[in-house]
Design a protein around this ligand. Sequence first.
Ligand SMILES: [Zn+2]
Length: 178
Amino acid sequence: MLLMMLAGLAEPATASKQTQNICMSNLRVLQGAAEMYAMDSTTPLPVDSPTLQGELRRGDYLKQPVACPGPVFTFGTTRGYPGVMERLVPGAFVVRDPLASTPEYRLDPSGTVFCTFHGTVDTIPILAEAARERKYSRGALRIIDLLNIRSPIGELVLLGGLGALCLIASQVIRRLQA
Ligand SMILES: [Zn+2]
């Protein structure tokens, strides 16, 4: 166990980008483009259709197509040192839906752009939390997040504390056996 933890610490820092943030920024770009289009054009954009980006690009409202990072929610550190729990329990920071198809951006009847996997700018955080809580219990997540220390020194203190606990426990057991 301890060796596994140490191996985890030795791994290069792989700061996970928050998938939801990327999708949200794509949604904002597309929403702006769709609103520009609506101001200029008399023919409305197609509702709930995968052709949305094509239409926006054809009218030059969108310079480059944007792509959702995929059917996944991530909860890791976005910049800097990734937390210790992110490396020990990576599963608690990534919720992937292997059955979902590639997400697409579409327009809903009210004129709001949404991702077929992540939803709208407003609902993404709610869907993300719900997806994470479906995988892990709320209590477990609270402990994981609490222990997700994001500095090398904090990590050493945490590991030192765990080591001390192990030492105390082994002493107690030894005494009980004697
Ligand atoms: Zn998305």
